[in-house]
Write a protein that binds this ligand. Structure first.
Ligand SMILES: CC(=O)N[C@H]1[C@@H](OP(=O)(O)OP(=O)(O)OC[C@H]2O[C@@H](n3ccc(=O)[nH]c3=O)[C@H](O)[C@@H]2O)O[C@H](CO)[C@@H](O)[C@@H]1O[C@H](C)C(=O)N[C@@H](C)C(=O)N[C@H](CCC(=O)N[C@@H](CCC[C@@H](N)C(=O)O)C(=O)O)C(=O)O
Ligand SMILES: Nc1ncnc2c1ncn2[C@@H]1O[C@H](COP(=O)(O)OP(=O)(O)OP(=O)(O)O)[C@@H](O)[C@H]1O
Ligand SMILES: C[C@@H](N)C(=O)N[C@H](C)C(=O)O
Length: 457
């Protein structure tokens, strides 16, 4: 971004002190920082409430280059040696500034949501659109009321297309985000069970996901997984473009070839073209088809889309192969977890050819509510010694799966660890895995399997 502090103050409805009019007008802000440790020369610091109060770090922010800060009106210790924009609520001001900047740059906006696949699909869409447009996208998983404004404010002033990931774990959140960005295109990847604890049913999750249309422009386009009745039944009024396996979709898969590191597929619309993605799993082919549907909307040649997909860089820890220090290949899927994702990744992992053992290391799936034990035990349908040689389970919720597998696996093949024994889990994996083994790591974000991954590297 590039705006004077004066313009920023006006954008958020803040008063500019009479004696600082010139300073505000002459101060150019080139980025926004919510963390003083990431502030740089030209930053506007935005103090937010976390476990700690961001206001306590304004001096740190100034030391690392911030030239101005939002400040909650009435908050004590208002700085005197820094330009201050007094606001009622820094988060609301951040969101208002983002909306102002978005309208100023006025890119085409593609919003992406779904229980699973948001980040991957966002990356694929951005790779395709970047072949013909100056494109910006969500960094990592910045997909909520803080992450979306940051995404907007990070984009360059000449951005033509912005791809924004939108997450939610409560009703109403997607309505808020959709109205903030007013997308030209909205994509819903699928409906799973992520955060079902706060919804009760997948129907209620679908109700929350379709909220992404509440800010969709009048001439906007909705793109959904056409094989999901929970979506097709809620999307009719938008006459959505659909992708999937069934031949009544706008774009449907006609063939696929699944590999460990690459997957290939063909679609009806371009029968002579084979698409290839650097990821495993039919579910990632579905993500790619969502991206192809967006690309077609932007009139990008299918050959160009194919080139973009084969070279795109997935965000880390999504079906990412890494080599352990003993030489075993690790499929790192440690950013997050929920039942549909685990079932699909287990099915894909079991099909990966290998000369050693297939080892599944599964940590708790969080936020599943009263169905948690049932959903954890239900993973047993995709776990058997014929498919997965060894199973390591970690966390209190995984106890239900451990009990469900007792009759299928021997004690040498099936291992359980309480949450206090993550180091023991790492040690046992280091001892028991060998260079020809394939190891799947998957758990909810809160189980910190990034530490297990680190322990194996
Ligand atoms: C407010 C904030 O910045 N939180 C981040 C912070 O959390 P924490 O409580 O630890 O902050 P602190 O107490 O350490 O500090 C308080 C503030 O002070 C700043 N500060 C601190 C130290 C210092 O030296 N200088 C400082 O300036 C500090 O920056 C704080 O502002 O740190 C955590 C660890 O890094 C961050 O995770 C936390 O970020 C929050 C969660 C956040 O929302 N970040 C967004 C940028 C974001 O989009 N994060 C996504 C995850 C979003 C997500 O969970 N999405 C859900 C769906 C929606 C869920 C819904 N509940 C919702 O969030 O709206 C999903 O399922 O995907 C990400 O990064 O992955
Ligand atoms: N279309 C899909 N259907 C089912 N599972 C999927 C799909 N796409 C990805 N996954 C699974 O979900 C995991 C997370 O993928 P990704 O980060 O792209 O989704 P996300 O929606 O952004 O997740 P989160 O909400 O945790 O940020 C993947 O590693 C994979 O296991
Ligand atoms: C990333 C965060 N919104 C999330 O999905 N948390 C889940 C429940 C987790 O901790 O894995």
């Amino acid at each position: 971004m590039k705006m004077t502090l004066s313009e920023i103050a006006q954008a958020v409805g803040a008063m500019i002190p009479e004696n600082q009019l010139n300073q505000f007008q002459q101060t150019m802000i080139t980025n926004v920082a919510i963390d003083s440790r990431h502030a740089e020369l030209g930053s506007l610091f935005v103090p937010l409430q976390g476990t700690r109060d961001g206001h306590d770090f304004v001096a740190n922010a100034q030391a690392t280059g911030a030239v101005a800060t939002f400040w909650q009106t009435g908050h004590p210790n208002r700085p005197t040696n820094l330009l201050v924009v007094d606001v009622d609520d820094p988060l609301v001001a951040l969101q208002g500034l983002a909306k102002y900047y978005l309208m100023k740059v006025n890119p085409k906006v593609i919003a992406v949501t779904g229980s699973n696949g948001k980040t991957t699909t966002k990356d694929m869409i951005a790779a395709i659109l970047a072949t013909q447009n100056r494109t910006a996208k969500t960094q990592g998983n910045h997909n909520n009321g803080i992450g979306v404004p940051l995404t907007i404010l990070e984009m360059a002033t000449n951005t033509e297309v912005l791809v924004v990931e939108m997450g939610m774990d409560r009703p109403g959140q997607l309505t808020f985000l959709s109205k903030m960005v007013e997308p030209d295109v909205a994509v819903i990847t699928m409906i799973g069970e992520a955060h079902i604890e706060f919804f009760g049913t997948r129907d209620k999750i679908a109700d929350a996901k379709i909220e992404i249309t509440n800010g969709l422009k009048e001439d906007g386009v909705l793109i959904i997984n056409g094989d999901e009745p929970l979506l097709t039944s809620r999307a009719e009024k938008w006459q959505p473009l659909t992708f999937g396996n069934h031949d009544d979709n706008y774009l449907y898969k006609t063939s696929m070839k699944l590999g460990a590191e690459y997957s290939e597929f063909t679609v009806d619309r371009w029968p002579d073209l084979t698409f290839k993605i650097p990821m495993m799993g039919e579910f990632n082919i579905m993500n790619a088809m969502a991206a192809l549907t967006v690309g077609r909307l932007f009139h990008i040649a299918p050959e160009k889309m194919a080139e973009a997909l084969v070279d795109f860089q997935p965000t880390e820890n999504r079906n990412q192969w890494v080599k352990s220090d003993c030489g075993a290949m690790i499929l790192s899927d440690v950013y997050n977890s929920n039942p549909t994702a685990v079932h699909k990744i287990l099915q894909s992992f079991a099909q990966v050819a290998g000369t050693g053992h297939h080892i599944a290391v599964l940590g708790d799936m969080l936020e599943l509510g009263e169905k948690s034990a049932e959903l954890h035990a239900g993973l047993a349908t995709d776990l058997s010694p014929e498919k997965i040689d060894e199973v390591y389970l970690y966390g209190p919720e995984m106890k239900a799966l451990y009990e469900a597998l007792q009759d299928d696996y021997t004690p040498e093949q099936l291992h359980y660890y309480p949450v206090s024994e993550q180091q023991q889990l790492i040690k046992d994996l280091q001892i028991n895995s060998h260079y020809r083994d394939l190891i799947l790591l998957k758990a909810s974000n809160g189980m910190h399997f990034d530490r297990v991954l680190k322990g194996l590297l």
